[in-house]
Each structure stands twice: as structure tokens, then as C-alpha cells.
Design a protein around this ligand. Structure first.
Ligand SMILES: [Zn+2]
Length: 138
């Protein structure tokens, strides 16, 4: 059976067994070779994981918070936030929005300060509790 794939370089349809793209010449079989390497890396993680850069280990958290936190803060700052209470549209109290902004700023602050994970977790919980207390106090 003949299968066609898209070129990694230019996106044109080429035969799946083609070693390089006939149009742009980009190599096509990187996935097969590096796929095995990735599998090997996953089954045997490096022992010096803790020594790698903190931002490389926490990239997902960083990316999530860097995108979610500012957007949440922006929404909270620019107007009322609504939620659905059994079919009735309600708004969050202003204090709740303030706490979202505070938490967002805190998130971004902690991401730039690589401290110990347990210390950071404690700070995070304290901020969370403070934000909730602030948010629901009307
Ligand atoms: Zn190509």
C-alpha cells in the first residue's frame, strides 16, 4: 500500500519512504531515528535531573502560568467575571477578582525565583489560602 506523508520542510505531499523531499530536499526520517532515542531517554532518565536548569524542568508550569496568569489577571482587571449558578448568571465579587490579580502576580514572581520546591509549595499554599480568604470576604 502506498502512503503519502507531508514533507517536514515545506509540507508538500511526498511518498513515506522518500529519504529526502524531492522539492526542498529536507530529510524525512528524523522521527524513526530520534523516536528510538526518545524512547530510550524516557525509560532511563538521566540521574542528574536535579542538576538540569530549573526552567527546563518546569517548562510546562512556566508556560501554563505565563499564559494563564496574565490572561486571568487581565480579565479580572478589565471587567466583571461571570459564572453560571444553576442557570443564573452571576458575577464574582470584586475581592475575588483582586485575589486573582494578586495570585497572578505571585505566580509570575515565583517563576523567576528558583527556590526549593517545598518552600515554594508552602508559599503557594499560603498565597492560595490568603487569596481565598480575601476573595470570599465581601
Ligand atoms: Zn519539502
Amino acid at each position: 500500500m502506498t502512503t503519502f506523508v507531508h514533507c517536514r520542510g515545506c509540507g508538500v505531499q511526498i511518498h513515506e519512504t522518500a529519504p529526502t523531499c524531492p522539492k526542498c530536499g529536507a530529510p524525512q526520517h528524523l522521527a524513526g531515528a530520534s523516536g528510538a532515542a526518545v524512547t530510550g531517554a524516557l525509560t532511563s532518565p538521566p540521574s542528574d535531573y536535579a542538576k538540569t536548569q530549573w526552567y527546563r524542568r518546569r517548562w510546562f508550569l512556566i508556560v501554563s502560568l505565563m499564559t494563564i496568569a496574565p490572561v486571568a489577571a487581565l480579565i479580572a482587571l478589565t471587567g466583571p467575571m461571570y459564572y453560571d449558578a444553576k442557570g443564573v448568571v452571576k458575577t464574582f465579587p470584586k475581592n475575588f477578582r483582586t485575589s486573582i490579580v494578586i495570585m497572578s502576580v505571585y505566580y509570575l514572581y515565583t517563576l523567576t525565583t528558583p527556590v526549593g520546591s517545598s518552600q515554594q509549595m508552602l508559599l503557594f499554599l499560603m498565597t492560595l489560602v490568603a487569596s481565598l480568604v480575601m476573595g470570599f470576604k465581601r
